[in-house]
Design a protein around this ligand. Structure first.
Ligand SMILES: [Zn+2]
Length: 343
């Protein structure tokens, strides 16, 4: 791109990492003075050590549905062999942390993530929570019968004791909703997430395809007494009306444009540029929503790498007038603040 060499690119990204500002410790929305440690798949980490972070990616996904999903549907050794080179490649580009957004009942495999983190040197985060988008295909039966409080007890238990018997603790919640008006079960998932966030400090990343649904979620979160900064609007780029992005960000929520690909560079530069022009860069997150090993497809199907953000998007931002500080804010400071519960 634009004559920039790979060597210059890597030097630039490395300089971004090296100049990351020291964390000024601030209270999370959880009570207490010091910033909460981030629970990575390999153990707790100080938030300022997350570094350059991809906020929304997937290493493995199984779309078969909650009633059939199972680790027996894939060979973990094969997945490990397929995925590792992509992590090694993005680590070489300067990426330090990858947030894996595959929830329970869609193939969340924390033990596999831990092995991949150890082998690649990329810090990986996993999640608790349930995904109510896609017309509830990925919700377990008990999500319909239990109360928000009961679901929150399950998710808080995962935060305290780890997921799926691994002892590996989640760093955030991943939920999902269909469009507004929110269905009864979708609204319940948001309320359960708010209860869990109040107990644990975990942020709530929610797959949300429209601005109307995002605003409904933000209202529920406010009604539960949480700051909107506990909420990450996942897939915000799918909403065409930019007024929703500004409204959500001004309310204090995180607005995540996580569809970066070769074909969407201009659109994502425009989206992030619009936020900057309105003074809302401090509420903006970016990522690819790329990957992954597709369970059920031969060899895991077509894996989309995690490199476009580093090799093409950052140079495109620079060409559009973004400063190094702006880029560092997007890739390091904002993820750290969103994940550590800084208001
Ligand atoms: Zn995703």
């Amino acid at each position: 791109m634009g004559g920039i060499t790979r060597r210059e690119l890597i030097a630039g990204v490395a300089a971004l990492a090296a100049t990351a500002a020291p964390l000024r410790a601030r209270a999370g929305h959880q009570r207490g003075g010091a910033a909460r440690a981030i629970q990575t798949v390999t153990g707790p980490l100080a938030p300022e050590r997350l570094g350059l972070t991809l906020m929304h990616e997937h290493l493995l996904v199984d779309f078969i549905g909650a009633d059939q999903v199972s680790p027996s549907r894939y060979d973990a050794a094969q997945v490990f062999a397929v995925v590792l080179p992509y992590l090694t490649a993005v680590r070489a580009l300067g990426c330090e942390t990858l947030v894996d957004c595959t929830p329970a009942y869609l193939g969340r495999d924390a033990a596999l993530l831990k092995r991949l983190s150890e082998a690649s040197g990329v810090t990986i985060l996993t999640n608790t929570g349930y995904y109510g988008a896609a017309k509830d295909k990925h919700l377990p039966r008990h999500a319909f019968t239990e109360t928000a409080e009961q679901l929150a007890t399950r998710w808080t238990g995962e935060y305290e004791r780890g997921v799926d018997g691994t002892g590996i603790r989640p760093a955030f919640m991943k939920i999902g909703v269909d469009d507004a008006p929110l269905s009864e079960v979708d609204a319940k998932l948001v309320r359960a997430a708010a209860i869990t966030s109040r107990a644990t400090g975990l942020p709530i990343a929610s797959h949300t395809s429209t601005g109307a649904a995002a605003m409904a979620e933000i209202d529920l979160i406010a009604a539960a007494g949480l700051p909107a900064s506990a909420f990450i609007w996942v897939h915000a780029h799918n909403e065409r009306d930019g007024a929703f992005h500004a409204r959500a960000a001004k309310a204090g929520a995180w607005v995540e444009f996580d569809g970066i690909s070769d074909g969407s560079l201009a659109r994502h530069v425009e989206l992030v540029g619009g936020m900057k022009a309105q003074g809302l860069l401090g509420r903006t997150l970016v990522s690819h929503d790329a990957g992954w090993f597709h369970v059920g497809e031969p060899g895991g199907g077509q894996f989309r790498p995690f490199d476009t953000l580093f090799t093409k998007f950052v140079p495109a931002l620079t060409a559009a007038g973004f400063t190094r500080a702006d880029v560092r804010q997007l890739l390091a400071d904002n993820p750290r603040r969103a994940l550590s519960g800084e208001i």
